[in-house]
Design a protein around this ligand. Structure first.
Ligand SMILES: CC(C)(COP(=O)(O)OP(=O)(O)OC[C@H]1O[C@@H](n2cnc3c(N)ncnc32)[C@H](O)[C@@H]1OP(=O)(O)O)[C@@H](O)C(=O)NCCC(=O)NCCS
Length: 396
């Protein structure tokens, strides 16, 4: 049995700089806000009809512990009859929450579900509390660089010398400019749920926009930044995603259920795949996962008319684009900018890609297929291919 799975809607909190506007806000409260915002936007969904909730976080302790799927559901006011679980595939947490629930919907176990992801990198700095098995290094299962994401990005520059720092900086600059243009046109704010922000010294406020974007970025400014991951390296704070706090949530359903309830259908899931690569070049992961997902869908890369590629690092995005012969500034790719500008609260980002793709689908009814893809720590990639429900025929 296989049924069509649809993205009904997706939202997110504004993203903050780690430990800044959300320094006094709990991670689980960010998650709850995203879930409540999602349900408020979709009043035709009776919360009691949600059949499962899967919430991701890369660090699952403290305010991201306690099985977020269950605890955030109860805190969000879902009836206690709605079950929930937590998911971890590092940066692809929300992507995996989506694909896991989609699998359950496709085989008919459930009809309607919420996927989400949160990361409060202020409360949970990358690597905090980790205890990598000494065998990793002692037995050279991985090299030291594999354990530091910025170092894996430097390795991509080493492996593909045509991916110069200048190209990475140019890509990053464009991401900032595209985000600024999307903000100016009101294209980002519409999917942000106003969220209580608290800085202990300053008190409460309401966040309505992302904090990280730097619209005044220049190529000259980017060229002078330090390279924190390697002396005289090429990866800088300007061409990397930052350290951020935020949450995302998505409503998924079987196509039949969405139609029965009269829900919006923003995208139809076509196929998905995860794949592994050498952990030292983790940023290359989206290449094999995309090849796999395309094969499963019976599609070619030229069939894809809209791309949402997570920008963990600029070099990793251009490695992906280079592989498929797509220009660094191809207008089909991340038209509203990406994580370099708006931030990358690790496990939450997969759903940010989906909500952007859904907006691109609305804008481009000549586009039939789009994809969301991201690299994942310790050498993986994940890709989901989606079909545009607004497709009216045309070139792609
Ligand atoms: C790269 C990284 C180490 C930088 O951290 P940071 O030092 O907190 O970054 P900041 O935002 O303070 O930026 C550092 C400097 O660069 C400057 N800078 C950053 N972006 C800039 C831009 N677009 N233009 C000009 N200057 C910029 C900042 O102003 C700051 O300057 P200052 O030191 O004079 O104040 C951190 O963001 C990081 O680890 N990113 C990767 C996260 C990651 O691995 N995610 C998982 C992916 S798989």
């Amino acid at each position: 049995m296989s049924r069509t799975v649809v993205l009904v809607d997706a939202v997110r909190t504004p993203f903050g700089k780690a430990g800044s506007m959300y320094s006094g806000t709990r991670a689980d409260d960010l998650m709850v806000r995203a879930m409540r915002g999602l349900l408020e936007r979709n009043p035709k969904v009776n919360p009691g009809d949600i059949e499962d909730v899967a919430i991701a976080a890369a660090t699952q302790t403290g305010d991201q512990g306690m099985n977020l799927g269950r605890s955030a559901s109860l805190l969000a006011g879902l009836p206690n009859t709605v079950p929930g679980y937590s998911v971890d595939r590092w940066c692809a947490g929300a992507l995996t929450a989506t694909t896991s629930l989609a699998g359950a919907i496709a085989i008919g176990s459930i009809d309607i579900a919420i996927a989400g992801g949160v990361e409060h990198m202020g409360n949970h700095p990358i690597g905090d509390g980790l205890d990598p098995n000494p065998r990793f290094l002692a037995e050279r299962i991985v090299e030291q660089d594999a354990l530091a994401m910025g170092a894996t990005a430097e390795r991509l520059h080493d492996r593909f010398p045509q991916l110069t720092k200048e190209r990475a900086d140019r890509y990053a600059y464009n991401s900032q400019m595209k985000t600024a243009a999307a903000y100016a046109a009101g294209k980002i704010q519409r999917d942000l749920i106003p969220t209580a922000a608290r800085i202990p010294e300053m008190g409460w406020g309401i966040a309505t926009v992302d904090e990280p974007p730097r619209p005044t970025t220049t190529m000259e400014g980017l060229s002078t930044l330090k390279t924190p991951f390697r002396a005289a390296g090429r990866v800088t704070p300007g061409n990397s995603s930052g350290l951020n706090d935020g949450a995302t949530a998505a409503l998924l359903a079987s196509e039949d259920k969405a139609k029965e309830l009269g829900l919006t259908i923003k995208a139809k899931l076509v196929s998905y795949a995860f794949a592994g690569v050498e952990p030292e070049v983790m940023g290359f992961g989206p290449v094999p996962s995309t090849i796999k997902a395309l094969a499963k869908a019976g599609l070619k890369i030229s069939d894809i008319g809209a791309f949402e590629v997570n920008e963990a690092f600029a070099v990793q995005v251009i490695a992906f684009l280079d592989h498929f012969g797509i220009a660094d500034d191809d207008p089909r790719v991340n038209p509203y900018g990406g994580a370099i500008a708006v931030g990358h609260p690790l496990a939450s980002s997969g759903i940010r890609l989906m909500l952007n793709l859904a907006r691109s689908f609305e804008e481009h009814t000549d586009v039939r297929y789009g994809l969301t893809t991201m690299c994942i720590g310790l050498g993986m990639g994940g890709t989901v291919i989606w079909e545009n429900p607004h497709f009216t025929g045309g070139s792609k």
